[in-house]
Design a protein around this ligand. Sequence first.
Ligand SMILES: Cc1cc2nc3c(=O)[nH]c(=O)nc-3n(C[C@H](O)[C@H](O)[C@H](O)COP(=O)(O)O)c2cc1C
Length: 138
Amino acid sequence: MICVVYISSAKLGLTHSEIINIVEDSRINNEKNGLTGVMLFNSGNFMQLLEGEDSTVDALYKKIEKDRRHTEVKLLLREPITHRNFSNWTMGFKNIEKLKETKPELLNSFLTDDFNFSVYQKNPYRALEFLETFKRII
Ligand SMILES: Cc1cc2nc3c(=O)[nH]c(=O)nc-3n(C[C@H](O)[C@H](O)[C@H](O)COP(=O)(O)O)c2cc1C
């Protein structure tokens, strides 16, 4: 199995309901394909972690790279794993912007910088830790 983490920028004007469609379709597909993971959205950017069989994850990542609903897809990490870290999630999802409005207290323990996904390009392992911590509040 492998784990892939990438960041990307939503297409200009992508609506909340289009994002929800991506998540709902992903949950159905991922269930079929034995994939699990998590996706965060903040300030127009996505960060997604996918885990599953090597060829399944690689094939989906190739599709995702070409998806016109986002641009600047940047791979942060592609690593072999021995077990899943998100086995309960066909695609866990949090829109941080909504969370800021509804449950600001949940974000207290994070730094503002933690939500600027581009910082993880310099330290992809921090992205893993961040997503792992985030698991608690999804
Ligand atoms: C940010 C983002 C995340 C996505 N995540 C997934 C995912 O986890 N699983 C999935 O099947 N498709 C995901 N997609 C959609 C794929 O790019 C693609 O549209 C989908 O797999 C259907 O492909 P198909 O029509 O060739 O079957 C994502 C798209 C975007 C923009």
